[in-house]
Design a protein. Structure first.
Length: 243
């Protein structure tokens, strides 16, 4: 991946594109049909989309046929997340034709299997680090998953290709990204990072992209795009001009 990447997010719940605040189901806001949203992002010039099956992430079902339809409807690289916790769900996720899968809970609850997946699939696997303070959360952010830096150390030794780092206290809040957390992680590991959570403005995108030389290779943007704080075209223009 060249330059700094913008990954617009599509979170799918009950067949609709939704956004949550801090991962809380009671805060759901719907934003239409996922296929249409994906096509709009593609038309705006997206090179990647961060696609999440929220029902699978929370263990409340699956949107698999729709997820597959979204991926097949566009010519954009897809990072797929949600409910990938064992061999069956891994193979099913990869069968969608996505370019990368994002392990979350599995990397915390089944470390041996996760390390085997990393060894087998290399760059097609990222690990989601959902952070609250210095602790990780799992199972749709409902359970504690251990120490952030101990987990990074273990996954670095396993050869993890990248981390998707979300400050869950900021996700969906439009209060700005946790730049201090990103700086701490980039000082601790040389593994590339995709930042997530809190982006509210073009200035936030600029601030995160300024960390690209330290190892932050992209940013996931959700609520800010849906709320109209700025356009995807504006974010892409800024990011693809930052080398």
């Amino acid at each position: 991946m060249s330059g700094f990447e913008i990954l617009p997010a599509i979170d799918v719940k009950g067949g609709k594109a939704v956004r949550l605040v801090r991962g809380e189901l009671s805060t759901e806001t719907q934003y239409g049909e996922p296929v249409q949203v994906a096509q709009e992002f593609a038309a705006a010039g997206a090179r990647w989309i961060h696609l999440v099956d929220l029902d699978a992430a929370f263990g409340q079902g699956s949107n698999f046929p729709l997820i597959k339809k979204v991926i097949e409807s566009i010519d954009v690289k897809i990072e797929l997340s949600g409910g990938i916790r064992n061999e069956d769900s891994l193979i099913k996720a990869l069968s969608t034709g996505c370019n990368r899968i994002n392990l979350g809970t599995a990397a915390l609850e089944n470390p041996e299997w996760s390390e085997d997946v990393i060894a087998r699939f290399g760059d097609k696997v990222a690990v989601g680090l959902d952070v609250k303070g210095q602790k990780l959360s799992s199972r749709g952010w409902t359970k504690s998953g251990g120490d952030l830096f101990e987990t990074i150390d273990r996954l670095d030794k396993a050869g993890c290709s990248r981390y998707v780092v979300t400050d869950i206290s900021r996700d969906g809040t439009l209060i700005g990204p946790n730049l201090d957390l990103l700086r701490q992680i980039t000082k601790f590991t040389s593994t590339p990072i995709i930042a997530s959570g809190g982006v509210s403005s073009i200035q936030d995108v600029k601030s995160v992209s300024a960390l690209s030389e330290s190892g932050v290779e992209g940013v996931i943007i959700g609520k800010a795009l849906y709320a109209g704080a700025f356009t995807l075209r504006e974010a892409l223009a800024l990011a693809h001009g930052s080398k």
